[in-house]
Design a protein around this ligand. Sequence first.
Ligand code: C2E
Ligand code: CA
Ligand code: CA
Length: 565
Amino acid sequence: MQELSRHNQNIRRKILVVDDELVNRRLLGFILGRDYDVIYAENGIEALDLIRNNERTLSLIMLDLLMPEMNGYELLEIIRNDANLKRIPVIVLTSEKSAEVKSLQLGAADFIPKPYDMPEVILARVQRLIELAEDNIIIHETETDDLTELYSKVFFFQYVKRHDRYYPDEQMDAVVLNVNRFHLINELYGRDTGDLVLRTLADCIRGLISDTNGLACRCESDSFYVYKPHSEDYDHIIKTFTDKLIEAIGFTNISIRCGIYSGVDISMNVEERFDTALVACSNLRGTYTSSFAYYDTDLHEKELFSERLVTEMDEALSQKQFKVFYQPKFDIRGDKPVLTSAEALIRWFHPELGMVSPGAFIPLFESNGLIQKLDQYVWKEAAVQIKAWKDKFGLVIPVSVNVSRVDICYPQLSEMLLDIVHSNGLEPNDYLLEITESAYTDNSSQIIDTVNKLRDLGFKVEMDDFGCGYSSLNMLAALPIDALKLDMRFIRNICENEKDRRMVKLMLDIAEFLGVPVIAEGVESKEQLDLLKQMKCDIIQGYYFSKPVAPDEFEKFIVDKKNSL
Ligand code: C2E
Ligand code: CA
Ligand code: CA
């Protein structure tokens, strides 16, 4: 590539004058000689020789059209088709007006009529053309990446925007391509191989977008962005690219991953469109074979929703957007069901989103540890509530709270619970703890220690969601628990499904063997209730009796119980 600094006036540019007539050559030499180094040729063949020898330093060619041996048109054609030469601008010299169009079509940059009666005009045109050509080189250098000759990211984004202005109705895909473990290729096989991989992939991409309105750039190291008309054949595209890479470098453990945001929303800004494709691509991290993934709007919205819940939790707690609801549990062993206790279940009344169900935020907060804060809030609220009812009705309605597996790792768990209970004037056995069965199977020795400690302090522990974990009979026999809560899914079809019924029977037998009562959760109908009663289930919780309700509403169950005493 030509070495230059932008329009450096100290460098004398070199100009080639090609004309078969000596007088014309002399005249141009005279006009240009003061500012430029001028070299001369008498015909096309001689000229081509000089051009090739001065390829890197030649700034301009001034070309007569009618010459012996090889005329100007032929030479223009050769220059235009030569990748190295076509950057050199050519000014055509002729007296024929009709030649103008043809020479411009052949790639001439400008046209100077003979005779040369206005030297200042000639000098000005020459200077302008050289500057233009040099600017073009600078632009090309900054807008493309040296290694792959694809656009650089900044220019790529500009061209995408321009594309949208010209073709607002064309359906486009934003695509991100990465080489899997590219740094390892560099480390194991050397930088040259790494470069070859990138150039090969760039060639594949160029082939993919040629003949379309597609655009591409190398974004950074091994990451490529492609903006192309919508298509459905990414499976085939990725396979072809991989085959070409394998062929180029000669080993097979190379693969690419590709994230596609298909049919982009043109109102979204360009950077965001590619961020979106990146989201799809990052889901493929860790894959060892070539693969692609489409951006999934639903998934992304879910992620954004989760993100929002996480950032807003603290504020929501301080603004009391979280409310504890209570669902009654009824003892059905006697003639009439009797209220025995309640389960505290959290509700989030969000000022904009409305009621957010625990299913949306509990697993999320469990995964990032926020659940501890929330649970402690519920534990305190529940204790305050038990005390308030005790004072109001003279009855203790034990309340069970959920203890998630994250809480169990908290070293001061039992001290904290004891403090909550005592500071509300209650005893530990007024308070029930629900721990899901799967927590036991995750980390059995720690949880058994913790549960033993809690029970020694007087707390009652219920095993929640029983039947869904993988407790062995061995482990169950050794487990310190006070009740089993059957998982809802066995109850749902208990009347219709013989297998579920037998499962419940089995779990009831296990409970009998362990000597603990059984709570059936999710009981919605009279039929389910009757069946469970017949099967000797002890306690029922479910919509049949009541949904989880606010404390005020719950009081009617306490009043009923009081009246029947
Ligand atoms: P879980 O502990 O198994 O709670 C029982 C769930 O079943 C509750 O859902 C309850 O509303 C629902 N349910 C009760 N009876 C019926 C019924 O007859 N039919 C149906 N279809 N559903 C019934 P909820 O309140 O949406 O809570 C879902 C889960 O969220 C809970 O499952 C629990 O794992 C968790 N959770 C709720 N509150 C808390 C909390 O304060 N702390 C923690 N760690 N987890 C909580
Ligand atoms: Ca529960
Ligand atoms: Ca449960």
